[in-house]
Design a binder for this molecule. Structure first.
Ligand code: GLC
Ligand code: CA
Length: 546
C-alpha cells in the first residue's frame, strides 16, 4: 500500500468514517451530536419529565447524619444534593420520613403530616425541597395508605370502643377472620394470622403486614377523604409526587384481594387530586410482581409509572442460569400490555430485597450487565442508594432482615465513613474501607465510575425514556439484545449472560450500516439485512447505530 493510501486509511480510521466500523471512541464522528446537557434540561421542563428522569431511592436514616447522633437526617440529605446532581439524578424518592414507632422502618406511620424527629422538622423538609428544586431535582415521597401504625391517633381512637367516631376506620371483626375479606387474607404478608385481638375493644383487627400496622377500612368514605387530604397536604408543600406503597391492597372482597375494582376507583380519585397540581407524578408498587398493567388504567387516569419487578427482583436468577429468556419474556409482556403513555419504573434493587451486589452473587460484571439492561429498556430507572457503589450487605438487624440492604451510605474510609461522627444506628456493611464514594471516585474501573459513564450516556437522549423498543432475536438464550429508536437516534444494547464469548447474527433488516460502541465491550458489524454481534464472556455492549 502506498504512503498516500496508508495516510488516507489512517485518516478514515481516525475519523471513524469506515462503513461498518464497530469500535468505540468514534461516536461523534459518525453521528449527529447535540448539547446533551441542554437537551436534558429541556426534557426535564416538559410534561413528560418523569419519562426522561433518573430517580434515586433514599433511606434518609442511612444517607447522611448532620448532627452526630448516628441517624441520617433531612439536613444531611440536603448537604448531599450536589453529589446526586453530579451523578445525574433528576428526582429523589424518600422512603417514609414521618413520625413512626419504627416497627417497619417507617412504613408504620403514626402521623401523616409530620416529620420523624430523628430526621428533623417540617422546616428541614421545606429546606430540602427548596434546595432540591433550586438544583432542578424533584422530590417524591412514599405514600403509605393501606395501613397506619397502631400508634396513630386514628387507631388509638378506633380501638377505644365499638362506638367511637372512628370505630369503623379500621377493619374489625368478632372472629379472627371475616367472610367479606376472603381470598386468603387471613394470613399476613409478615408472620402468621392477619388478625390481632385488641383487648380493649375485645375484637380482632385486620393487618396485612406487622400487627403494629392495622389496615385502614376504605369502605368508610371518611377514610377515603382523610387519605386524599394527606396527599393534598404534601402536594401543597411542593412535593413532586408519590411512590404508593402496596396500593393494590387497599380494599378486600370475599373473592379477590389484589387491586379489586374499588381499589382501582380509589386510585383514579388519587390521580385526580394529583392532576390538580401540574407536573406531579405517581408510581405504583404493584403487589403482583409479574404484571402491573392493572395499575395503569388507560395510560392517563391511574399511575404514571409502575415498578417492573418481573425484571427488578428476578434478574439474579437469569444471570445465575446464563439464560435471558425470562428477561425477554417479562419485557415482551409489558410491551404488549401497557396502555400508550404508561411507563415502566426500572430497578435492580430496593429496600425490600437483597442488594444488587448480593443478587449478582458478588460478581461485579453481573451487576453491571443487569444495570446495562435496566438502563437500556424503555422506562424510567430508579437507583437504590448505594447501588452506584455496589454497596455490600450488612449483617446487623435492628428491624428485620431487610436491614442487611439498608446500611448507612459510605462516603469515605474514615471510622464513621463520612456518614456520621457518632455511632451509626445500624452497623456499616462489608468492605466499607474499599467500596465508598471517595475510593471509587479515584478508580476509573470502579462501580461508581461505571455508573457515572452509563448515566451520562442517557442524559438528554429522549430515545431511552420514550423511544420505541424492540427485543431482538439473537438465536440464543445466552445473549439478550434490544433495539431502541426514535426519529433522531437508535441504539443496540446487548448483554452476554454466559461466561464464554458469544458471536450472534442479528437479523433485523434495518439496523443501519454504522455502529459506534458507546459503553461496554464487544463489536457490532452491521451490513444490509442485519449484523454480527460479538461479546466477550460476561460482557455487554451498547452501540449507537443512528
Ligand atoms: C411495601 C414496602 C415495604 C413495607 C410494606 C408494608 O412493600 O416497600 O418496605 O414493609 O410495604 O408497608
Ligand atoms: Ca442525625
Amino acid at each position: 500500500m502506498s504512503r498516500a493510501s496508508l495516510g488516507l486509511l489512517s485518516l478514515l480510521v481516525f475519523l471513524g468514517g469506515c462503513g461498518g466500523d464497530d469500535d468505540g471512541g468514534s461516536e461523534s464522528a459518525k453521528f449527529p451530536e447535540k448539547d446533551w446537557a441542554s437537551e436534558a434540561a429541556k426534557l426535564q421542563e416538559g410534561p413528560d419529565w418523569y419519562r426522561h428522569a433518573l430517580f434515586y431511592e433514599v433511606f434518609v436514616r442511612s444517607y447522611q447524619d448532620s448532627n452526630g447522633d448516628g441517624i441520617g437526617d433531612l439536613a444531611g440529605l440536603t448537604s448531599k444534593l450536589d453529589y446526586l446532581k453530579e451523578l445525574g439524578i433528576d428526582a429523589i424518592w424518600l422512603m417514609p420520613i414521618f413520625p413512626t414507632p419504627f416497627k417497619d422502618s417507617g412504613y408504620d406511620i403514626s402521623d401523616y403530616r409530620g416529620v420523624n424527629p430523628d430526621y428533623g422538622t417540617l422546616a428541614d423538609f421545606d429546606a430540602l425541597v427548596a434546595a432540591a428544586h433550586e438544583r432542578k431535582i424533584r422530590v417524591i415521597m412514599d405514600l403509605v395508605l393501606n395501613h397506619t401504625s397502631n400508634q396513630h391517633a386514628w387507631f388509638t381512637e378506633s380501638r377505644s370502643s365499638k362506638t367511637n367516631p372512628k370505630a369503623d376506620w379500621y377493619v374489625w371483626s368478632d372472629t379472627p377472620s371475616a367472610p367479606d375479606n376472603g381470598c386468603g387474607t387471613d394470613s399476613a404478608v409478615f408472620g402468621d394470622s392477619a388478625w390481632q385481638l385488641d383487648p380493649t375493644r375485645n375484637q380482632y383487627y385486620f393487618h396485612r403486614f406487622y400487627p403494629e400496622q392495622p389496615d385502614l377500612n376504605y369502605e368508610n368514605p371518611e377514610v377515603v377523604s382523610a387519605t386524599l387530604d394527606v396527599a393534598r397536604f404534601w402536594l401543597d408543600k411542593g412535593v413532586d409526587g408519590f411512590r404508593c406503597d402496596v396500593i393494590g391492597l387497599l380494599y378486600e372482597s370475599a373473592t379477590e384481594c389484589d387491586l379489586i375494582p374499588k381499589t382501582q376507583a380509589y386510585i383514579r380519585e388519587l390521580r385526580k387530586v394529583v392532576d390538580e397540581y401540574p407536573g406531579r407524578v405517581l408510581v405504583a408498587e404493584p403487589s403482583n410482581l409479574t404484571d402491573a398493567t392493572g395499575y395503569l388504567g388507560n395510560g392517563s387516569d391511574m399511575f404514571h409509572m409502575a415498578f417492573h419487578f418481573g425484571y427488578g427482583y428476578f434478574w439474579g436468577f437469569s444471570f445465575g442460569g446464563h439464560d435471558a429468556s425470562a428477561i425477554t419474556d417479562t419485557f415482551q409482556k409489558s410491551l404488549s400490555q401497557f396502555p400508550p403513555g404508561a411507563q415502566d419504573a426500572l430497578v435492580i434493587g430496593s429496600h425490600d430485597v437483597p442488594r444488587a451486589y448480593s443478587a449478582a452473587q458478588g460478581d461485579d460484571t453481573r451487576h453491571r450487565r443487569a444495570a446495562a439492561i435496566q438502563l437500556s429498556m424503555k422506562g424510567t430507572p430508579f437507583l437504590y442508594y448505594g447501588e452506584e457503589l455496589a454497596l455490600r450487605p450488612g449483617s446487623e438487624k435492628v428491624v428485620d432482615l431487610r436491614d442487611y440492604a439498608r446500611t448507612p451510605m459510605l462516603w469515605n474510609a474514615d471510622p464513621g465513613h463520612g456518614f456520621t461522627t457518632g455511632k451509626p444506628w445500624l452497623a456499616f456493611g462489608q468492605e466499607a474501607d474499599t467500596f465508598n464514594v471517595t475510593a471509587e471516585d479515584a478508580d476509573p474501573a470502579s462501580m461508581l465510575s461505571f455508573y457515572r459513564d452509563a448515566l451520562a450516556l442517557r442524559r438528554g437522549r429522549a430515545v431511552w425514556g420514550t423511544g420505541e423498543m424492540e427485543l431482538l432475536e439473537t438465536g440464543t438464550k445466552r445473549v439478550f439484545a434490544v433495539y431502541r429508536s426514535d426519529d433522531f437516534m437508535a441504539y443496540v444494547s446487548a448483554v452476554n449472560m454466559s461466561e464464554e464469548a458469544e458471536s450472534v447474527e442479528l437479523t433485523r433488516p434495518d439496523l443501519g450500516s454504522r455502529a459506534a460502541r458507546v459503553l461496554g465491550e464487544g463489536k457490532l458489524a452491521l451490513r444490509s439485512g442485519g449484523g454480527t454481534l460479538s461479546l466477550p464472556g460476561q460482557g455487554f455492549g451498547i452501540f449507537r447505530v443512528k
